[in-house]
Design a protein around this ligand. Sequence first.
Ligand SMILES: Cc1cc2nc3c(=O)[nH]c(=O)nc-3n(C[C@H](O)[C@H](O)[C@H](O)COP(=O)(O)OP(=O)(O)OC[C@H]3O[C@@H](n4cnc5c(N)ncnc54)[C@H](O)[C@@H]3O)c2cc1C
Ligand code: SF4
Length: 490
Amino acid sequence: MKRALYIAFDQLHRGYGVLKAADKSSDLIVLVESQSMIAGAHWHPERLFFLISSARHFAAELRAEGFEVRYLKAENTVAGLQEIRDEFPKIEFLAAEQSSYRLSKSLNNFGVTFIENDFFLTPRSLFISWASSQKSYLMENFYRKQRVRLNVLMEGEAPIGGQWNYDKDNRLPPPKNYTWPPYLEHQRDAIDLEVAAELKMEATTLWATTRAGALAQLKYFIENHFEKFGPYEDAMALDSWSLHHSVISPYINNGLLHPSEVIEAACASFYKGTVPIESAEGFVRQVIGWREYINGMYWFLGEDYRDNNQLGANRPLLPLFTDPSKTQMNCVKSIVEDVKARSWVHHIPRLMVLSNLALITGTNPQQFLDWMRREFIDASDWVMVPNVIGMGVHADGGQMMSKPYAAGGAYISRMSNYCKGCSYNPKLRVGDDACPFTTLYWDFLDRHKETFAKNHRMGQQVNGLKRLSDLDELKHRAQEVLSGLEKGEI
Ligand SMILES: Cc1cc2nc3c(=O)[nH]c(=O)nc-3n(C[C@H](O)[C@H](O)[C@H](O)COP(=O)(O)OP(=O)(O)OC[C@H]3O[C@@H](n4cnc5c(N)ncnc54)[C@H](O)[C@@H]3O)c2cc1C
Ligand code: SF4
């Protein structure tokens, strides 16, 4: 064997990375199940199950295709590669660029040669040259360039439909008396059952662990959800855990799907005429815009970016994040229960409920980031760090997003049906029944008013403080709420 091709657990695609030019006669394929990674944190079981079972299925598929494959269980990735070097002292190690600073460094030190990471649509160097030319890193500007460069939903030089952005049409609350299509279930095979037994868990039918399953999920989304994706993109509903979202993030992130396949399928469906432009554009924006932007920013902002805490937020992680019985807030309780059940909730619960709560309670950004990393099935460093530190809790002082996504109960009440069954009232900011989000939103603005006064996009919100005749009472209630949250009593 001349070359060892290392396949990371987030590069499971036959047509990309080092596999696209693999040679069965001279290449050894290597995958490493890092035991220190598995034991290193209290990971959500669905997450471990999904990552390990997908990798074992992928190794089995490559073997069936005629490749020589080593699937190693080793202390860590480098220890696994060392086993290969011990066996083949002259072998050359090759991999696609890794998705985290940590693995890039350790593989580089080991002597692995990298080829460009083509699991994204935007080479890192291209993003860095775009970002270096910007004063502020507005996703919208990047996205428009992507539409043109990748020629997606374009009519010559103009966007199809005449507008770049249909966000204003895509903010409907959950519809009343509505039946959401059932969720696609994924049947289990012997490999799944073996992994589940090793992890001492019951295998659920929630997540696909093969390329065939991931493709089935994409098809199911296109046929059953895509049409209504746009209008209900921001809604949160008690009677549906995924609404009309695609639920494909785990698969694009571990390689079972490539973003170009997702975009091709979405555009083909749009051109058939069954999907309105609001939904098509809204979805394309997520995949060629947000996803690529977040990955680009991870590499552009550098390794230390994750340590930012520019709002000086030092509250330890609240108990409700690990135990939803520790809160009476209906929105938070339901969403944390959903995370526990499936290791996934969609974008708005992540941003406007979980991160918003961490932001306005002044929770330590790194503790919150670690919790999100452990709990979510689609989490990796490249995607969690900018989404949490930049977008979620504004810990970077506005480097990525020009203003924090802080909101009171009125937003959650408008976009969901959580508030009806809640012990609190989203309209109230003081008193025992006041919604903790509403109280803490104003308290957060007050605590940071000097910082935000310098931000022209926050001026209106900060000025709103002047209209509050009960600010002292509100600040008192905010202290009660914060100490109640710490004790798990709110
Ligand atoms: C605080 C916070 C943490 C997040 N953490 C993750 C994470 O760990 N992994 C992850 O994949 N996404 C993350 N996201 C982005 C987004 O919430 C998920 O990608 C989305 O909910 C996945 O569900 P879906 O596949 O149904 O997405 P859809 O709503 O159907 O969107 C389609 C695809 O667009 C991509 N996408 C959309 N927004 C983003 C974004 N901000 N960043 C990256 N990709 C995006 C995803 O690949 C997604 O599958 C996070 C967002 C926030 C606010
Ligand atoms: S009232 Fe407040 S805490 Fe209760 S569900 Fe609504 S937003 Fe959440």
